[in-house]
Design a protein around this ligand. Structure first.
Ligand SMILES: Cc1cc2nc3c(=O)[nH]c(=O)nc-3n(C[C@H](O)[C@H](O)[C@H](O)COP(=O)(O)OP(=O)(O)OC[C@H]3O[C@@H](n4cnc5c(N)ncnc54)[C@H](O)[C@@H]3O)c2cc1C
Length: 860
């Protein structure tokens, strides 16, 4: 009996071990063959079981013969695969092929190689980059008055525009040989973070020319003449660029643009040449109102075959000087009270030479490829960095505010409800920073990680939005009352902008992260698709290899997911032995479960998965959660593994891994094939959903960390504008926070005296006076407390305005209008009496003002 049990267990244990270790088919066949032989010679099985086992083994053995496998299995499966393969347009293919595969490929494999990530050097700024941050960036921040920019001018003042151009903030990506700064992606990110902590208008204005636009496109695809002409002028700030893709009818579905360029003969600068007649109508274009050169996406046609033998070339990117006749710029949109220069532009029969095409005529039709290739990197830098800057500023301010603002006799941050929110803000800020730092480090090391860039774009901007929301809660009315003293309202208002641009977030989550990841990062799917597209025996051969590789990989992931879920991944290799070890192990477990679930979803849904966006979004969420958790761990290592930060690291990893678990559960609940779902659940959650979210206690520890001046708080908020000066609330809040420690014993004396009923007065300043008079405080101590109280009250203070000050139209704002008696409606005039005149009111055309001229005060 015991012997039977032994053999009964031995077979599955050996099979699972081979699969878990991803042993080759050949080696697995040999091991299973040896085991079966031993069983035949030593075991006590009856004829039926033994025959069955030999039969199964024969099947396994046959799979080792490629010719047999190809003709009997792969040929049939290839025909089926071709049927279920979703159709793919050229533009989709170009989007999928953009960029490289980095750490996300490891997570997709189900067996991440931690050493690879662990050994990656920590990203560092050069001395020159650091000097730029400490010098011109600090100076620029000092020059800014966000209320003046967002409310009074609806623009940056002329001296700020001039300083930005002069110090080459617009030229961070332009090489030195063209007069640019040639900064790393990390340096760009750090500059944007600091600016975003001070003014979103300035961060957005600086971000755009350094992101997807003429500069970036010229650098990668421009001809030498184009580079020599434009790059030095862009670097010097003599040209202001913008890039126009979006139009009124076409937003997310950008490949459907209807703006056209027709190759024809025309006159340009006094000569008759072959060129392009452009017509466009674009909107939402950042910097368009003041641009001197417009990067334009249009569809190119050549009906008379003046350029080549094709009628149509598809999306093409060109450069159009805005001074040309037919170009309209100047009008502005008003994006959520963050009035950076953004507006529509139209072109009517604008004639440009053929070499206006970026890269010259031979690059006609490559516009879309250029855009998605550059976006695959840029998406991971500008918007995620702005979100990091805003997040850090919000945490820095909220931690200090929650300490200095007292209610019910206690700092509000001491109340557990507020503490929970502060912890969430800190944890998310850590995740955003870690993701940006490590991913941008990979970009600087030469990667073009398209899927991580989409993960950063989506998650950093979503977390940024959540943090801005939370900060408003923590600071109550102080956050809401706009005015020069408000440091939260504009970020809160502006967050949806980042959600919308460079791939709106719902689309990024539902289509891009997993959709692109499944094909780009999966070790076999792209190979299978390519093989399915190839003709003849070579295609079949390639398909066979990819298919059987895929099968082995799926079986391996099933074994790994099951074993790690059963053992809670306790025995998985991890690169550290400290408090973070378990998170490495859990990420490995969820990586295997995710890889298995992705395969099952693709197998059961085929091309329909593309339309099942919610399933695809959930898979994307799982991939994102384990990606972000790995970034958190790596960032902690990069910072020297400070023990003091462990609560935040734990909160971040726990929240992300809990989310991975819940999204996998959501996927299983919604997978249409219920049999597949039930089977998958056995491998993913054999012990149920056993992973828990961060505890309340952990959250409160984090709240304490960010409510007192300490290294953890400093590290978390590093890189924002912290100068202690009259119009920088961040610096002043930190100053007040630091003072709370030194005045604590004095406050205690006043508190005790109040408790003992020694004061006649009620308010704090009078009580300080009384305490001094009664010898409870010395004169010095009283002065110290008075000064502290004044500083705190100045920070808690909000703005108020004369009623007329708030109105945009001065004449409409009559003080007391709200209390004016309501006029009774006049009785209807009898029919037939004189009709009211229906004269059309002709609006006066609005004349666009120059960006550097102050425009009339904008209302909120
Ligand atoms: C402040 C600002 C600055 C901008 N700057 C520029 C610029 O400089 N140059 C430029 O060319 N463009 C710019 N844009 C345009 C921006 O890229 C577009 O707003 C964006 O592409 C979305 O288009 P849309 O706003 O028309 O939304 P729509 O395309 O109408 O989308 C509406 C909603 O539907 C969702 N959606 C659409 N399709 C799908 C799908 N298949 N699956 C799931 N969800 C989907 C979107 O996620 C979104 O939530 C800017 C926009 C803003 C707001």
């Amino acid at each position: 009996m015991l012997a039977t049990l032994f053999w009964f267990l031995l077979f599955p244990v050996v099979a699972v071990t081979l699969a878990y270790r991803r042993e080759s088919l050949k080696r697995s066949t040999l091991v299973m063959g040896g085991l079966l032989l031993a069983y035949t010679l030593l075991g006590n099985a009856g004829g039926f079981w033994l025959s069955l086992l030999w039969l199964l083994f024969l099947g396994l053995l046959l799979l080792n013969f490629e010719d047999f496998r190809r003709t009997t299995i792969s040929r049939r499966l290839l025909a089926f695969y071709r049927q279920i393969l979703p159709p793919m347009s050229d533009t989709e293919r170009e989007a999928l092929e953009a960029g490289t595969v980095w750490w996300e490929g490891d997570l997709f494999s189900g067996a991440p190689d931690w050493e690879k990530l662990y050994q990656m050097p920590a990203p560092r700024l050069t001395r020159e980059e650091q000097a730029f941050l400490d010098g011109p960036t600090e100076t620029l921040c000092r020059m800014l008055d966000d209320w003046q920019i967002t409310h009074e001018l609806a623009d940056m003042p002329p001296e700020v525009w001039a300083y930005i151009r002069q110090e080459k903030f617009f030229a961070m990506i332009i090489p030195k040989r063209y007069g640019g700064l040639e900064f790393s992606a990390l340096a760009q990110s750090c500059v944007l973070r600091k600016l975003a902590s001070r003014s979103l208008v300035v961060a957005s204005t600086v971000g755009v020319p350094n992101s997807l636009g003429p500069g970036e496109l010229l650098l990668h695809y421009g001809t030498e003449e184009q580079k020599d002409h434009y790059l030095p002028r862009l670097a010097a700030g003599d040209e202001i660029p913008c890039f126009a893709l979006t139009s009124p009818r076409v937003g997310s579905d950008a490949t459907a643009i209807t703006d056209t360029g027709v190759v024809c003969r025309g006159e340009y600068e006094g000569r008759e040449i072959i060129g392009i007649r452009l017509n466009w109508d674009k909107r939402y274009i950042t910097l368009a109102p003041i641009a001197t050169v417009l990067g334009l996406a249009f569809k190119l046609y050549d009906p008379d075959h003046l350029m080549g033998d094709r009628d149509a070339y598809g999306i093409t990117a060109g450069l159009v000087p805005t001074r040309l006749p037919g170009v309209t710029i100047g009008r502005r949109h008003f994006p959520l009270n963050i009035p950076f220069q953004n507006g529509p532009t139209q072109g009517r029969d604008v004639f440009v030479p053929l070499d206006a095409i970026i890269g010259g005529p031979e690059r006609a039709g490559e516009g879309w490829k250029m855009l998605v290739q550059q976006l695959s990197v840029g998406r991971g830098i500008t918007l995620p960095s702005n979100a990091v800057g805003c997040g850090k500023a919000a945490v820095y301010a909220s931690g200090a505010y929650a300490r200095i603002r007292r209610q019910f006799g206690l700092p509000v941050g001491k109340f557990h409800g507020v503490g929970e929110v502060l912890a969430r803000m800190a944890g998310r800020t850590y995740i955003m920073t870690a993701a940006a730092d490590v991913t941008i480090g990979a970009i600087d090391a030469g990667e073009k990680p398209a899927v991580p860039a989409a993960i950063l774009k989506y998650h950093n901007t979503e977390m940024g939005r959540a943090i801005a929301n939370d900060a408003m809660d923590v600071q109550g009315g102080k956050g809401i009352m706009l005015g020069p003293k408000n440091y939260l309202g504009r970020n809160y208002q502006g967050m949806p902008i980042a959600i919308t641009v460079e791939g709106a977030n719902i689309l990024t989550r539902g289509l891009i992260i997993f959709g692109q990841g499944a094909i780009r990062c999966h070790p076999y799917v792209l190979k299978e698709m390519e093989a399915a597209g190839a003709e003849g025996e070579a295609g079949l051969r390639a398909f066979d290899r990819a298919l059987f590789g895929h099968l082995g990989y799926a079986v391996g992931n099933a074994a790994r997911s099951l074993v790690m879920a059963l053992t809670q991944a306790r025995y998985v290799m991890a690169p550290t032995r400290d408090g973070t070890r378990r998170y490495y192990q859990h990420i490995s477990r969820y990586s295997a479960s995710f890889a298995l679930a992705a395969d099952v979803a693709m197998l059961t849904l085929g091309g329909a998965l593309k339309r099942k966006e919610l399933l695809s979004a959930r898979l994307g969420d799982v991939l994102s959660a384990i990606y972000l958790a790995s970034m958190v761990l790596k960032h902690h290592v990069n910072q020297g593994s400070p023990e003091e930060d462990l609560p935040i690291v734990e909160w971040a990893c726990r929240s992300l891994l809990y989310d991975a678990q819940e999204q996998l559960h959501g996927l299983l609940r919604n997978l249409p094939n219920r049999w597949a779902s039930a089977l998958l659940r056995l491998f993913v959650f054999p012990r149920g959903r056993s992973y828990s979210a961060p505890s309340d206690e952990l959250g409160l520890q984090i709240a304490e960390l960010i409510m007192r001046p300490c290294d953890s708080r400093e590290r978390l908020c590093e890189g924002i504008y912290q100068a202690v000066e009259p119009n920088n609330p961040l610096g002043l809040l930190q100053e007040a926070l630091e003072l709370t420690e030194s005045v604590k014993p004095l406050e205690r004396k006043v508190f005790n005296a109040r408790r003992d009923g020694l004061f006649e007065s009620e308010d704090t300043p009078s009580q300080i006076n009384e305490a001094e008079r009664k010898g409870i405080l010395t004169a010095d101590e009283a002065a110290q407390l008075r000064s502290f109280d004044a500083k705190v009250m100045a920070l808690i203070d909000v703005d108020d305005f004369a009623a007329a000050e708030l109105a945009v139209r001065k004449t409409a704002a009559t003080p007391g209008a709200a209390r004016a008696p309501v006029k009774k409606p006049q009785a209807k005039k009898k029919a037939g009496k004189k009709k009211a005149s229906k004269k059309r009111v002709v609006k006066k055309p609005v004349v666009a003002k120059r960006a550097t001229e102050p425009v009339e005060k904008q209302g909120d």
